[in-house]
Design a binder for this molecule. Structure first.
Ligand SMILES: NC(=O)c1ccc[n+]([C@@H]2O[C@H](COP(=O)([O-])OP(=O)(O)OC[C@H]3O[C@@H](n4cnc5c(N)ncnc54)[C@H](O)[C@@H]3O)[C@@H](O)[C@H]2O)c1
Length: 447
């Protein structure tokens, strides 16, 4: 028996032994042994998947053993296969999971509608998972991801990598150190345009599917629809409700992350959006979503309001943020209004304190960055912990996705009972917590 095979067996046997026990994920990893190498499979190797894969493979302890992408062309599976010539290549993630003995962990970097179906199936095989943001496509799926990580005791990390950047880490520390006192109110925004909205409704017709693209696998759990170039794959799936959650889904898990972490927010009590009416297909080109959360030890009152703004040029008004006129707000970020000062957290740059004269002599203590990707690989191997495990990123994603339901029920104040999984205040609200799945593609839920 070669050393490599012995090590693999050891990892597999350890995974099985511990999965039936009750050790926390960190203990699983510790048992696996700090010297063990990690065999990683990557699902969705183009776009963001390329940087997820290469950044994780920067760990000298990682072996990239399998690459899976529905597009075999150079920009997708092709470039990954070139970079990792020893890795097996596949175009259907279900066939990859059939070969579960070959890998220990997966990176899921597909469009949003496939995050949960793939990640849940992987966790049920006791594989560690790194999954892109937003964690899922529906609130129900986000809850399931948290439960699965807990049930199967695997190491998890969402791809909100800015969390590990010194800018966000420093901002969180400033709030935790009490530099701006308890926080009274928050405004967060993304004022960039949505260049991926190319149509107002579903375009008619169909085009031949390129020979390199496996369209049925791209659609996955979503209802079948004809292929149209540039409309869906790659990138522009963001416009469509069947595959994405629009601008709030795209950026909320980044920009609201330091707000959640700094204030230790849990689940919102109410959510209300102002947005133009949307049809069943496309996301709104702009929205304001007002969340009310229960207060925490970091907030000034028994409740705290967090308001999200998106759409080209959209940002909180100067009346709302109260910053000097001479200060130009960053294109995206958050303003935290505290009892002793105001903190601006740009996305992605160092935080800034106001009023400037009050903080003139104050040196911001910089918290160094962490490696979001290698730390996940190390955590799988027992040498580190993750900072965005599904126990944290599941509830964060639930809150973001509740905002996207509010956008579809604009003008209604929705009331959320997280424990009972009940959303009231609009006729369709409860139904939008879940979605239908294509026959034959239904995930196996964690009850
Ligand atoms: N963390 C970040 O900063 C960041 C930045 C960009 C995108 N993202 C996230 O990354 C994910 C991918 O976004 P993108 O912009 O790279 O999209 P994309 O369409 O450019 O790339 C997706 C890749 O996955 C492949 N793919 C699609 N369906 C697949 C399937 N079922 N199985 C295997 N491969 C599949 C595609 O062929 C493509 O290579 C999204 O969840 C997005 O929100 C995160």
């Amino acid at each position: 028996m070669t050393h490599r095979i012995a090590r693999r067996r050891f990892l597999q046997q350890t995974a099985t032994a511990v999965a039936v026990g009750s050790l926390p994920a960190s203990s699983w990893a510790r048992v696996a042994g700090a010297n063990a190498r990690l065999r990683v499979a990557s699902i969705g190797t183009g776009g963001k998947g390329w940087s997820d894969l290469t950044a994780t493979a920067a760990s000298p302890q990682v072996d990239v053993v399998a690459l899976c992408d529905i597009d075999e062309s150079k920009g997708h599976l092709g470039q990954a296969a070139e970079r990792f010539p020893k890795a097996k290549t596949l175009t259907d993630w279900r066939k990859l999971l059939d070969q579960q003995a070959e890998f220990d962990a997966v990176i899921v970097s597909t469009p949003d509608h496939m995050h949960a179906p793939i990640s849940l199936a992987a966790m049920q095989l006791k594989k560690h998972v790194q999954c892109q943001k937003p964690l899922t496509h529906t609130v129900f799926e986000a809850r399931q991801m948290r439960l699965a990580a807990e049930r199967y005791q695997v190491v998890t990390q969402m791809g909100n990598q800015i969390q590990s950047h010194e800018a966000y880490r420093t901002a969180v520390k400033l709030v935790h150190d009490g530099v701006i006192g308890k926080v009274r109110e928050v405004h967060s925004w993304q004022s960039g345009g949505m260049g991926w909205i190319l149509a107002d409704d579903r375009p008619p017709g169909s085009e031949p599917v390129p020979s390199t693209v496996h369209w049925d696998e791209w659609l996955g759990v979503a209802a079948a629809r004809p292929f149209l170039s540039k409309i869906y794959h790659p990138v522009n799936w963001r416009a469509w409700q069947d595959f994405s959650n629009g601008q709030l889904g795209d950026f909320g898990c980044h920009i609201l992350d330091p707000v959640f972490m700094a204030l230790e927010l849990t689940s919102p009590l109410t959510i209300r959006a102002e947005a133009p009416p949307v049809n069943r297909e496309i996301w709104a080109k702009g929205a304001t979503v007002a969340y009310e959360f229960p207060g925490t030890s970091r907030t000034a009152g028994s409740k705290i309001r967090v308001t999200w703004y998106d759409g080209a040029g959209k940002a909180p008004s100067s009346d709302a943020h109260g910053l000097p006129e001479s200060y130009k707000l960053p294109g995206s970020g958050s303003v935290l209004l505290g009892e002793k000062g105001t903190l601006v957290i740009p996305h992605v740059a160092m935080p800034k304190l106001f009023p400037e004269d009050r903080f003139a002599g104050f040196t911001i203590p910089v918290v160094p960055s962490r490696d979001h990707y290698v730390s996940w690989a190390d955590a799988c191997r027992g040498e580190d912990t993750t900072t965005s495990p599904f126990s944290y990123s599941g509830p964060l994603s639930e809150s973001v996705l509740l905002g996207t339901i509010a956008i579809r029920c604009a003008g209604a104040t929705l009331a959320w009972n997280a424990d009972r999984f009940e959303l009231s205040g609009a006729p369709k609200a409860q139904e939008l917590l879940k979605k239908p799945y294509r026959s034959g593609w239904e995930p196996t839920w964690i009850v």
